[in-house]
Design a protein around this ligand. Structure first.
Ligand code: UTP
Length: 272
């Protein structure tokens, strides 16, 4: 299975740090957020990974590349543990890059993966969403795809008041947790208009048919090409599933959620 990690957004909620530092490279303890996302892809069986980057995102490529000078330095100093860790990162997976020249939205970013994907199903993991769970979420989604033969999006229940911050699915009346058939998707509905409290999180298991839909949507919310709009069209004519995640989802997109993510991981690892 191939994996696509979109990481080309400008991260405006995290400005000014994201002026020069990719949001996906912000540290969660001593690892950048995207490290955890790449680990999930690998642990789910995805060896070929395409990261969608853009201007000011060079640090992502450098992070997963070899660093001969640093390796030499650590070797001379006898810092074997650090040396091993640095080498391991550069050998984690077969990572390729494509640049999104303008941040025209997540839908536009995913469309850039068309050639890389070919005609197989593929996983999409957002570079700013970490899911801490025993079994990797993407692995569970691949298993569901293999059983049902339909694309899957990950969802999680949210407080009714919070529906306005997420894409929300309308599950079919017949579906039961943790797997739902999606009838419709609504972008950031007010609580009284939300068709459920199931919010879309940053994991998708898609088939190449999605590219046809992505080519047919026009600019939506924020004047950007939205993946949600393509999925909505998809759900009207084909079977689309949603699966509840297990574990804890950490969003690093705003100062508050980034700080909470660090506190959570700090407590989990016993540092604080
Ligand atoms: P977000 O909307 O959370 O990211 O996109 P953003 O646009 O960078 O952040 P704000 O809202 O301005 O603070 C979700 C994911 O999609 C990627 C982002 O990098 C992030 O991982 N993305 C978004 C792209 O790759 N390209 C885009 O044009 C937009």
């Amino acid at each position: 299975m191939k994996a696509v990690i979109p990481a080309a957004g400008l991260g405006t909620r995290m400005l000014p740090v994201t002026k020069t530092q990719p949001k996906e490279m912000l540290p969660i303890l001593n690892k950048p957020a995207i490290h955890y996302v790449v680990e999930e892809a690998i642990n789910s069986g995805c060896d070929d990974i395409l990261i969608i980057t853009g201007r000011t995102k060079r640090a992502i490529e450098d992070y997963f590349d070899r660093s001969p000078e640093l390796e030499e330095f650590l070797k001379k100093k006898g810092k074997e543990k650090e040396l091993e860790e640095i080498r391991r990162i550069s050998e984690m997976a077969n990572i390729m890059y494509v640049r999104q020249k303008e941040p025209l939205g997540l839908g536009h970013a995913v469309l850039l993966a068309e050639k890389f994907v070919g005609d197989e199903p593929f996983a999409v993991l957002l570079g700013d969403d970490i899911i801490v769970s025993e079994e990797p979420t993407t692995r569970r989604m691949i298993d569901l795809y293999n059983r049902e033969g339909a694309p899957v999006i990950a969802v999680m229940p949210v407080e009714r008041d919070d529906t306005k911050r997420y894409g929300i699915i309308k599950p079919s009346n017949l579906s039961r947790p943790p797997v739902y058939t999606v009838d419709d998707l609504v972008e950031k509905p007010a609580p009284e208009e939300a068709p459920s409290n199931l919010a879309i999180v940053g994991r998708y298991l898609l088939t190449p048919e999605i590219f046809t839909y992505l080519k047919n949507i026009s600019r939506g919310k924020g004047n950007e090409y939205q993946l949600t709009d393509a999925l909505k069209l998809f759900a009207f004519s084909r079977k689309l599933l949603a699966m509840e995640i297990k574990g804890v989802r950490l969003d690093i997109g705003s100062p508050e959620s980034w700080l909470k993510a660090n506190i959570y991981m700090g407590k989990r690892s016993g540092i604080i």
